[in-house]
Each structure stands twice: as C-alpha cells, then as structure tokens.
Design a protein around this ligand. Structure first.
Ligand SMILES: [Zn+2]
Length: 126
C-alpha cells in the first residue's frame, strides 16, 4: 500500500459535502501536539504544496478556524465538523490532509510520529 508515486488520492469529509483530490505521500504520517490537533487527534499526511490539493466540491461548506499566531488555516466542514486539511504554520505554502478522510487508506495501519507543533506557538496556549 504505497502512494509514493503520488497518484491522486480522493478524500471527503464525513457527510460528503467536501470532496477533494490530493497528490501526496501518506507516510511519514504525523500527529501534531498543538492545542487544536491534540483535541481532534487526527493523523495527518506529510506536508504537500498547495497546488497538490484540488477541492472538487464543497468549498462553500468549509469553515476557516484560526487561533494563536493565526498563520495556520484549519478548515472544517460546517455540516459534519470533520477536519479534512489544514495549511501549516511552519510554511503557509504547505498543507496536510487528514488521513482518515482519504479513500483506501487505513490510518490505523500507519506508524505515526508526533510533530512538535506546540513549540511552534509564539503565544502561550490559553
Ligand atoms: Zn461534511
């Protein structure tokens, strides 16, 4: 089960309003320990360039949530609350997708590291 060739992967939120296609590897997968990711617990893909993500439908269903340094952009489906992807804080040109939203990929079979997103915060977590 390798996606190293970066075949486009299809993804969707839970209710299906948001559908997207992304060209990315799925490993090394990572969990992030920032205050938001800690709560949602999603396993994310490695970072990919903004151009690798193609939103097929539901752009209007996405709600943007920003906090703290307000650099990262976290997107949620406003209908089902699922978090399909975010723009990273380290580099705004890089994005990560929620592996649990991708078709044909089982996040529970992947080894996952933890990204130290918490220490990237300039402002203390409140
Ligand atoms: Zn949804």
């Amino acid at each position: 089960m390798s996606h190293e060739s970066h075949e486009p992967l299809r993804g969707a939120c839970h209710c299906g309003a948001v559908r997207f296609e992304v060209r990315t590897a799925v490993t090394p997968a990572a969990r992030c320990n920032c205050s938001l990711c800690r709560r949602k617990g999603a396993l994310m893909t490695p970072p990919f360039a903004a151009g690798a993500l193609n939103i097929l439908s539901g752009e209007d269903a996405l709600t943007l949530y920003q906090f703290n340094t307000r650099v990262a952009r976290h997107y949620f489906c406003k209908h089902c609350g699922i978090y399909p992807f975010h723009q990273t804080r380290k580099d705004p040109h890089l994005w990560r997708a929620n592996i649990g939203c991708l078709e044909g990929v089982d996040p529970y079979t992947l080894d996952a590291g933890v990204n130290d997103g918490a220490s990237l915060s300039v402002v203390e977590d409140t």
